[in-house]
Write a protein that binds this ligand. Structure first.
Ligand SMILES: [Zn+2]
Ligand SMILES: [Zn+2]
Length: 405
């Protein structure tokens, strides 16, 4: 852009300085922890929270989705790809680095993230214990190996994985981490109740430690969302009990979903029905990416709109709902007196793509709709957009997140 002192440049400077304020309040960073095979009756379904005191404590700062279920195959090799693809996907056998393994037919959230955000591998880590044959994200022609995460497969226990996760945070400061804890499932299969519940307790402590770590690092604090979930539960007592899993019983299906972070409602329990594919789609909305081949739904109700639509100007009160949105969103604001109003939408590079209001308006409650179209009436591509609402001499900016239909 050629720099000049015209009003257009001034507006852009104001615009981008306001936008950087917005970014500081939204989730740019994400940690997803998967606790393999913890049954709901031993996590949030236990009213005493005996094995999950840390997560219970954390839930007062975030949201629990109480009706989150594995609605497909309640086995790890199918549910983990479903979690990270945002869709139930076929898995295909392959050989990778000399080991037999499988890959997902659909792109993973890692691949969407790295490609759409143009992120190098060290911004996106998948941390798990040492396994000889890594389960793979996809070979999707639009995504695939060029966008896989950095695999960090070290150690032999969940505690080792937690240590590695903290090392990765110190050394690399990645924006996006997925931490996979495998011990609960393994202990469950042993059939030893004490071993199984102790493994849950350990995983719970790890979640507490990782959250503390996020809070103690200025890079992560106030800009990171933590999601903790499971791939599947275990049989309820009417279907064989905790030792195994894999059927469609409530014990196998019912899993936990906890989210904590700046854009997430605090001390909130959602009773809306959700299923595994919704996790990656919701995480994508928080990261401002479009999981274009996913089938899940965004967990709209867990977002704290007040935080997403951060108040950069206390004199203007504005409500946007829903945001993130699939088809269209509505913007409401209030005018105390007749004045000039401009509502403009910009893309991520600062190019104005739509003007929704450009006139003098009478006082009162106003409502406008944006259906994600540009000035020529064409649908824009999914992504993060920015609005600038100008009322008289006051200006307010924020994000509009269009995730696509
Ligand atoms: Zn298992
Ligand atoms: Zn079962």
């Amino acid at each position: 852009m050629k720099f000049n002192f015209g009003s257009a440049s001034l507006i852009l400077i104001l615009f981008f300085s306001a936008i950087s304020n917005c970014f500081s309040q939204s989730t740019e960073k994400m940690m997803i922890v998967i606790i393999d095979g913890a049954r709901y009756t031993e996590t949030f379904g236990d009213p005493t929270h005996t094995y999950t005191p840390e997560m219970w404590n954390l839930s007062t700062q975030g949201t629990i989705v109480d009706n989150f279920r594995n609605d497909g195959v309640t086995k790890t090799y199918r549910a983990i790809p479903a979690l990270w693809c945002g869709a139930w996907t076929d898995v295909t056998d392959t050989t990778y680095q000399g080991s037999e393994t499988q890959y997902a037919e659909l792109p993973s959230i890692f691949e969407y993230y790295r490609k759409q955000k143009n992120m190098p591998p060290e911004e996106c880590f998948y941390i798990l214990k040492y396994i000889s044959s890594l389960w793979l994200p996809s070979f999707d022609p639009d995504y695939g190996p060029d966008y896989w995460p950095e695999f960090h497969s070290v150690g032999s226990t969940d505690k080792d994985v937690a240590t590695q996760a903290q090392l990765v945070m110190d050394n690399d400061h990645p924006h996006f981490m997925l931490v996979y804890l495998a011990d609960v499932d393994h202990a469950g299969h042993s059939g030893n109740w004490v071993e199984y519940t102790t493994a849950i307790h350990t995983a719970d402590s790890i979640v507490g430690v990782l959250w503390q770590k996020l809070q103690s690092d200025p890079f992560y604090k106030d800009s990171t969302t933590l999601i903790v979930t499971n791939d599947h539960g275990r049989h309820d007592d009417q279907h064989g009990g905790f030792q195994h899993h894999g059927c469609g019983c409530e014990g196998c299906r019912h899993i936990q979903f906890l989210a904590v972070g700046p854009p997430i409602k605090k001390n909130f329990v959602s009773s809306t029905d959700h299923s595994i594919p919704d996790m990656a789609v919701t995480a994508s909305a928080l990261l401002g990416i479009n999981p274009e081949k996913a089938t899940g739904n965004i967990m709209q109700e867990i977002f704290s709109y007040d935080v997403i639509n951060e108040e950069t100007n206390q004199n203007i009160s504005l409500k946007i709902h829903p945001n993130p949105f699939n088809i269209s969103t509505r913007i409401n604001y209030y005018l105390s007196e007749a004045t000039e109003v401009h509502f403009r939408i910009f893309n991520a590079t600062g190019k104005e793509i739509a003007t929704l209001v450009n006139q003098r308006q009478s006082p009162g409650e106003k409502s406008i709709k944006w259906d994600a179209t540009n000035k020529r009436g064409q649908k824009v591509s999914p992504g993060v957009y920015y609005y600038v609402l100008q009322i008289g001499q006051q200006r307010k900016t924020g994000k509009l997140i269009f995730v696509g239909e």
